[in-house]
Design a protein around this ligand. Sequence first.
Ligand code: ASP
Length: 930
Amino acid sequence: MNESRNAAVIAIILALTSHCHGAMNTIKIGAIFHGNGEVETAVLHHAVKQIRMHRTTGQFDLEPIIKTVEIDTDGMGAAAAACELLAEGVAAIFGPKSAYTRSVVASIAAHHDVPHIEYAWRPVEESELESTTINVYPPGKNVSEAIATLITAMPWKQFIAIYETDDGLSRIQDALKLHGPQDDPVTVRQLGEGPDYRSLFKDVATSRDINILLDVEYDNLIPVLEQAKQVNLMKDYYTYIISGLNFPDDRIIENFKDSPVNITGLGLMEDRKDELRDALKLDIRVEDALLYDALLLFKKALDALNLANIDADSPFDLVPVPLACNSVEKYSAGRNLTEAIRSETRVDELTGPMEFDQFGQRQTFQIHVWEFYLDRYQTIAIQENEGFRLTRSAQERKDDIESKIKINRYKVTTRIGPPYFMEIPKDSNEGIVIKEKRYYGYSVDLIHAISELLNFDYEFELVPDGNYGSYSDVNKTWDGLVRRLQDHEADLAICDLTINHQRESAVDFTMPFMNLGISILHKKPETKPPDLFSFLSPFTTDVWIYVATAYLAVSLALFFLARIAPGEWDNPHPCNPDPEELENSFNLMNSMWLSIGSLLQQGSDILPKAPSIRMVAGMWWFFTLIMTSSYTANLAAFLTAGKMGDSITSAEDLATQSSIKYGVVDGGSTSMFFKNSSNSVYQRMWAAMMEARPSVFTKDNAEGVKRVLGEDSKYAFIMESTSIEYHVARSCKLEQIGGFLDNKGYGIAMPLNSPYRTLFSEAVLKLQEQGVLQKLKDKWWKERDLKPETAECNKTGEATDDSDELELGIANVGGVFLVLMCGVSAACVVAILEFLWNVRKVAVDEMVTPWEAFKAEFKFAINIWAETKPVKVAKSSNRSSTSALHTGAGPGRAASVARSLVGSFLRLDMIDKFEKDNTSNTRTGNQRNN
Ligand code: ASP
């Protein structure tokens, strides 16, 4: 009886046990992991635990069977593991992840109708899945597209793509396809063997690529970025896009929170990956989360199918039976289960909403674009199957940049050039210090004003080569400030740096803070000391010689022609109708007198009567008319020439002459303007500048100004109007010539695609609107470092000079006075000689001593009250010879004139004495004359 009782209890227990067991409906699931599969195993168990916790009566329990295999290229290990799992009777196989092994597992599973669930990325070209495979990882096509769209949205024109594996290359292929033949170059590099990748990153650093698309294995990401950091590639302006779907990646925050670099990446989960990590205390990657979700998905499908099966008319057995790999046996519910997962199940777990198409591809997913910036992650865009949408507003982005500006210390590169940046004595407390030297200037003030608006810290440096920035067609590189920004050695460049098209392609510029144009700087024409004989200038020496020769020739012609012209022989005594002699008034003296009289526009009392002489005179008068008019016309110009302005008034004037050389700053925007100009005048000027020897190019504006001042008006410097204005205000000898050849502006430059450009531009505009820019300009142009004397000359200079300009001083006409003085002096000498000659004659004629004759003559001459001279009637005609000489007339008339004149010169008593003493002599003379 006891035996039968015991047997009944055992039967009940067994029945109960079997009932309980049957009620639990345990279903085995298989998984194949690579390596030790530690994390995946933990995830799997965690998922099963979760499922168990939430399991309700009638639902299946899951019993995982895990196989770990090494990755082998022929997939043999994985195939064996799959067969082992089938032999255990699993309802599904999860994994493996490797591209080498998953296909063989998929095909074995498909062969036996066992659902196969993948949770790893699959290349686009392998997108077709086996009949029972479901891939919970978003399709490769979509991931690749998301990366490409992100690159377009950034926007990256030029970038370098670094990949580690073939899968990685496949992931970024859509991004590479974006690059058309006209686009900027894209470099593609494979990471290489490792573990030292620094040489690759050194290449990146020298290539000046600042946008890096990085596709490396999850475990390798941090070491790779560490090495990039070691070669200084993890700094401001560098932007990384990390492919793979592991963002937000906490390892980046841990390792690079102090790097001002921008790292953008993609992620599938918002931030629910943390739940898993917190539960497992393990580093969780996207595949792990996907495995977790895949298990939940499987369980949900299984439950749904189970429910449907219970109500079905002809239910099938969901519990799988062990299957042999080499048989054709199939899992009877496999197809239904696959179908249930693919088309009916929807879960929304760690990796977001998950639905599938009929081919097992994931249909619903959300790829988030995460930006790591300023120590934190934020979603900036979302890629869904409908497309890509930005989630961060422009204002949010601006706010981010604004907060970033505040924590940065900017390096401002500049060059020395007044008044933008100038050295000052060390003991001054103005300005800023670079290497123990103090500097101040417009640029320092402007950066300071902007820094107060935007709240940032800055330090200045001097650009090592001292150049503005020009592109070398030979080396294909930039120099100067532009190069400094390109190398990311500085964040801002400020000076009189002109915004132009070529530079815009290499760096970014803010709005212009100053407007200007190219113009010409020249030395003011110096007022030459007027030439004493400038009245001779209207004619050349040759012309003067010709005029003098013509004068002599005409005078001689008059003289000789008059001698042969009968009409010029006159009766000396018109009252005598029958003269014995005729006289001709055109002796040599009179001929010359007539010519000179008419040459000087005065005329003379001797006029010709004979037709031939009149013709000669007429021609001479015509000649003198033209010559005098020409002389007069030219004289005014020559007398004022020294005071008149420069003959160069524009660039065209410069281009059409060769005596004044002109140049520009070498490698500056002004030289680029001429070099690239299509205007024929400027092209000609550029050719002239290139050919000029010695070179007309200067290192900077200061050298150009020095040459203008030093080269005696033979050098003009073409520079920008603002600098001209500055130098003209500081030197009375300089002036601007002509207007502007172009219009442009100076801007603050920063590296290409700088996120700060908009903020700096806004700050410049604000300063302009507040009048700060004008105040700064006035300060540095019109107030600082202005010597009182130059200020004075600039204030008064033009007005007074202009009025003085046309008046002639004594210096201009002094020569005429000199000629007058010389002429009058010569006349005085001649008069004295004449007087002395006369005294001698008188002394001889009147037989007095020359001294007595001189005294008598002189006394009379200085007696200015004596208006008449008494005529001494000579006793005899013996004085006729003297008289004839004295008047120069004919012998008969001469005698009488002489008598009267000589008599008038001598006092009677003197004559009496003279006569007494010399009676005999006189008589002798008389007799000789008679
Ligand atoms: N400001 C000019 C520049 O940026 C210099 C010049 O050519 O005058 O290059």
